[in-house]
Design a protein around this ligand. Structure first.
Ligand code: FAD
Ligand code: EGU
Length: 444
């Protein structure tokens, strides 16, 4: 095999994993990350402290031998959702009543560190921290980086540039200047803010562990994922306008008292009032684009290619799955970059669009539908059918979360199910109609 020089931009979650896959193929890999080495940092500010890892992400980690290390020792299994009602009562809906499969809560920082260390362990990978990509000629493989402290610039070249530089990707920005590149982004009206439920005094979890806790409240929602330290990271999703209306710790306490009364003693009123204003709510963006490549010299993967709203817990999982697809195409086409990249774009785009749409649809569903009668009836029918026919009737979240079925096929499956449910309801209505008619005729 003739080894090529590959530059991976972004040392977040997807970049280091992709570097491992490329290094295994013998390429000379340079990974460039804008921030410093997170493994040396004391405090890291930024997005979501923990994430839900499921089948697709695990499959990718398995290939590079990291699945067991992460899942067995550094992840908390979540076997179901725990729904909190307004009156404080809770009920559990298991994810997989039949086989008991779980999803896993993992620390973003830990995952990031393990992946960086895994990438660094290959002799043919070199990590370059404090390197911010500021200019690139994607068709030539030419890059310019800025070194923040030294205020200097560094140039580099590669046969292939892989942009794994997140939702605000610089690599993608350079693709946008090219003809025939499609791009769209949508900010939703909700922002998110993270809070913390500390461990109890006796060091135990303050809520039932091994669950994803949810407080659905119409236009806003609280979600909690467990941490290794037995604390919980609680994320409030709410329209920015409503965030703006809460101006003082008193406002926040009143708001929680009204909508999430059981959470106040868990966080502590003092801490709730203080933590709420310690950070600004962050925006959520959904990004679609296409194609993902430039000739045989540049490709975007992960959030750079398909940022999504978090309402399916799939962003990272989808990015990890990108690495698996890329690796299998490299194998299939003997690292013929132009062919591999072209195939990657055509194969991945329908699936990335499907999961972006599903996540957005779920956002709308949670916001508008959760309290609608007809919707709840259909949900009930859906879970009844999956209980009756577990092999044939796989619910949507289950094919997304616990299978490796291409995302666009999960959607096709769902469309088919909706059709069946529609017919069931129509038939029930018709049968009821016949029943009423017959009854009325008998009565007259
Ligand atoms: P990132 O993790 O954003 O990494 C990009 C990296 O590139 C960063 O380190 C950045 O510093 C670097 N970079 C950026 N620009 C440059 C540049 N010019 N030069 C050099 N480096 C650069 N996903 C799940 O699967 N499950 C979940 O439960 C889940 N929950 C989420 C909850 C929230 C609130 C949010 C916002 C997201 C959630 N996600 C979840 C999605 C997940 O966070 C992302 O999909 C994932 O982080 C994408 O990884 P990435 O490597 O593509 O991008
Ligand atoms: C949102 C924010 C529950 C982590 C969708 C479920 C999420 C996560 C759900 C966040 C929900 C919503 C699913 C998983 C997961 C559920 C899922 C959402 C992890 C349909 C850290 N979602 N998330 N669906 O089924 O398939 O439990 O921030 F509240 S994991 Cl919005 Cl499975």
């Amino acid at each position: 095999m003739d080894e090529k020089k590959v530059a991976v931009i972004g040392g977040g979650l997807v970049g280091p994993l992709c570097a491992c896959f490329l290094a295994r193929r013998g390429h000379e890999v340079h990974l460039y990350e804008f921030r410093g080495d997170i493994r040396q940092a004391e405090h890291v500010r930024g997005r979501s402290i923990n994430l839900a890892l499921s089948a697709r992400g695990r499959a990718a980690l398995r290939q590079i031998g990291l699945e067991d290390k992460i899942v067995e020792h550094h992840a908390i299994p979540m076997g179901g959702r725990m729904i909190h009602r307004l009156d404080g009562s809770q009920y559990r809906i298991p994810y997989d009543p039949k086989n008991g499969q779980c999803i896993y809560s993992v620390s973003r920082r830990y995952l990031n560190e393990v992946l960086l260390t895994a990438a660094e362990s290959y002799p043919n990978v070199k990590l370059h921290f404090d390197h911010k990509l500021v200019a690139a000629d994607l068709s030539k493989g030419a890059m310019t980086f800025r070194i923040p402290d030294e205020k200097s610039e560094v140039c580099a070249n590669a046969d292939l540039i892989i942009g794994a530089d997140g939702a605000f990707s610089s690599v993608r920005r350079h693709m946008m200047k090219r003809p025939l590149f499609n791009f769209s982004q949508t900010y939703i009206e909700h922002g998110y803010l993270e809070l913390c439920i500390p461990a109890r005094e006796d060091g135990e979890f303050a809520m039932h562990p091994n669950h994803l806790h949810i407080w659905p409240r119409g236009t806003f929602m609280l979600i909690a994922l467990p941490n290794q330290t037995r604390s919980w990271t609680v994320t409030l999703f709410m329209p920015f306008a409503q965030f703006a209306a809460l101006k003082t710790p008193g406002d926040v306490l009143q708001f929680f008292g009204q909508h999430f009364p059981d959470v106040i003693p868990l966080i502590g009123p003092q801490r709730l009032g203080a933590d709420f204003f310690a950070t600004q709510p962050s925006p959520l963006v959904s990004i679609k684009c296409n194609p993902y490549h430039v000739g045989g010299t540049a490709l975007i993967i992960g959030d750079a290619a398909h940022a999504m709203v978090p309402f399916y817990g799939q962003g990272m999982n989808a990015g990890f799955e990108d690495c698996l697809l890329l690796d299998s195409l490299m194998e299939q086409h003997h690292s013929n970059f132009p062919l591999v990249l072209e195939q990657f774009s055509t194969t991945r785009a329908p699936d990335a669009e499907a999961i972006c749409d599903l996540a957005m649809y779920n956002y709308i569903e949670m916001r508008d539908l959760v309290n609608k009668r007809s919707f709840l009836l259909r949900k009930k029918l859906d879970s009844f059918l999956s209980w009756m026919f577990p092999e044939t009737w796989v619910p949507l979240y289950s094919s997304v979360t616990f299978s490796d079925m291409p995302y666009h096929r999960c959607v096709q499956n769902k469309d088919w199910q909706d059709n069946v449910i529609h017919r069931c309801v129509a038939m029930a209505v018709a049968a009821a109609g016949v029943g009423i008619t017959v009854g009325a005729m008998a009565w007259f």
